[in-house]
Design a protein around this ligand. Structure first.
Ligand SMILES: *Cc1c(COP(=O)(O)O)cnc(C)c1O
Length: 426
């Protein structure tokens, strides 16, 4: 496999971009490798600067559920682009996408579009604080909610800790209102509410975690959070930037029988373009300016190109109904990968829901940040680089989710499984 042009591109990038990348995990540092540079992509495949072809299981971190360069999406986007790309004045398209989201998610009556998942979370948190008049936010260790200051917090060693900033540049004063709890620990949620209940503006949670690898909520965990929030008048924010329209058409709220007060979306609803959305019941959402007094704005919010890509993507998902087939394919793939690793006596566990999964090099069960962090990241690095050399692109970190698209075919899975079989990991 050739690497020369990728390497040259990386050298050039590093001269003018910090670390050569515009989002840290892309630098492949976590797997001790150098990044590939992408020239083009089609369906389930990526092509790099050295003309190597890869089966893509990262899919731009989730958005490309219809595969890359989907014709329907691109055709609609091209039509919109020809009419101008940004007006800073409303378009009908925004209403159309908002309506599709409202129809797809029971707990959502209104939608405010922004340009990234980070902004969606920022908006939801400000809104929750604004309408409750409270400051404290509960989050869970291992959940990622974008690079918002008060969400960049590290859990301490105890079961319930006030966060300390996990990055320089975030003042302690910004995170002192963030309470960090272990994921799936219903008891610590109860304790936090017993102690701070009437000060908690909101609990924010990934209803299925995707950013410590895929971690499923234990039975009753989300319901317990819902109950405490309702009792104490705190808002429940579901960060569904990954799970929205990934697990099913709409939200996982139906899957787990829990309604959120606010839902954050992103990734898939932009069909590969920058977007985010903060959504919820009208009574909460109407606190946003100009209707209410909680300030929020954005020059490119609801950008017609992004919104058109989102509409085309959701329309395709709604008519194709690919979710059962995607789930079956993912299940088969995971079973085969697991079998191959068992044959090699490699301790591992796989967490999976719908078309997202993580292979942990750790016997499991992986139920929270601590159990996820026990994974053998050196083994993951070997797995990643071995797969990459064979033309299979996985997330360049153990603690991320793999995704499949509607364009992955059996031959792609067969190649993937055959490669895992052949890999020498020890
Ligand atoms: C990706 C992600 C975000 C941040 O979205 P950006 O568009 O990268 O800002 C927030 N929350 C979750 C759960 C995510 O996976």
């Amino acid at each position: 496999m050739k690497r020369d042009k990728n390497r040259e591109n990386f050298q050039n990038a590093k001269k003018v971009i910090p670390g050569g990348v515009n989002s840290p995990v892309r630098a492949f540092k976590a797997v001790g490798a150098e990044p590939i540079f992408i020239e083009k992509a089609k369906g389930p495949y990526l092509y790099d600067s050295d003309a190597n072809k890869y089966i893509d299981y990262c899919l731009s971190w989730g958005p490309m559920i219809l595969g890359h360069a989907n014709k329907v999406v691109l055709d609609d986007v091209k039509k919109v682009i020809d009419k101008g790309t940004s007006f800073g004045i409303p378009t009908k398209l925004e209403t159309e996408l908002a309506k599709m989201i409202v129809e797809a998610i029971d707990s959502v009556e209104k939608v405010r579009f922004v340009s990234s998942g980070t902004e969606a979370v920022m908006t939801a948190i400000r809104l929750a604080r604004g309408c409750t008049g409270r400051d404290k936010i509960v989050k869970f260790a291992g959940c990622y909610h974008g690079h918002v200051d008060h969400m960049l917090v590290e859990a301490g060693s105890g079961a319930m800790t006030f966060g300390s900033p996990s990055s320089p540049g975030v003042p302690k004063d910004f995170t002192k209102h963030t309470i960090v709890l272990p994921y799936n620990d219903t008891e610590s949620v109860k304790k936090a509410f017993d102690k701070y209940g009437d000060k908690i503006a909101a609990v924010i949670v990934e209803p299925v975690a995707g950013n410590m690898g895929v971690v499923l909520p234990k039975t009753g965990f989300l319901k317990a959070i819902r109950q405490h929030c309702t009792e104490k008048g705190s808002l429940l924010i579901f960060d569904e930037v990954i799970t929205g329209f990934r697990v099913k058409y709409g939200s996982v709220q139906d899957v787990f029988g829990v309604e959120a007060d606010l839902t954050c979306l992103g990734k898939i609803i932009g069909g590969g373009f920058p977007i985010g959305a903060c959504c919820g019941r009208a009574e909460v959402m109407d606190n946003l300016s100009p209707e209410g007094s909680v300030y929020q704005a954005g020059t490119l919010s609801g950008n017609p190109v992004c919104v058109a890509a989102g509409i085309a993507t959701l329309k395709s998902l709604k008519s194709q109904k690919p979710y059962d087939a995607l789930a079956r394919a993912t299940e088969e793939l995971c079973k085969s990968i697991s079998q191959s690793l068992e044959e090699k006596n490699i301790p591992h566990s796989i967490n999976r829901i719908a078309s997202m999964f993580t292979l942990f090099f750790n016997p499991g069960p992986v139920t929270d940040y601590v159990s996820s962090a026990r994974s053998d990241t050196r083994l993951y690095a070997r797995y990643f680089t071995g797969m990459l050399k064979a033309g299979i692109y996985l997330p360049p970190s153990q603690f991320e989710a793999c995704f499949i698209s509607t364009e992955h075919r059996q031959k792609d899975f067969d190649k993937t499984i055959a490669t895992v079989r052949k890999l020498v990991l020890k």
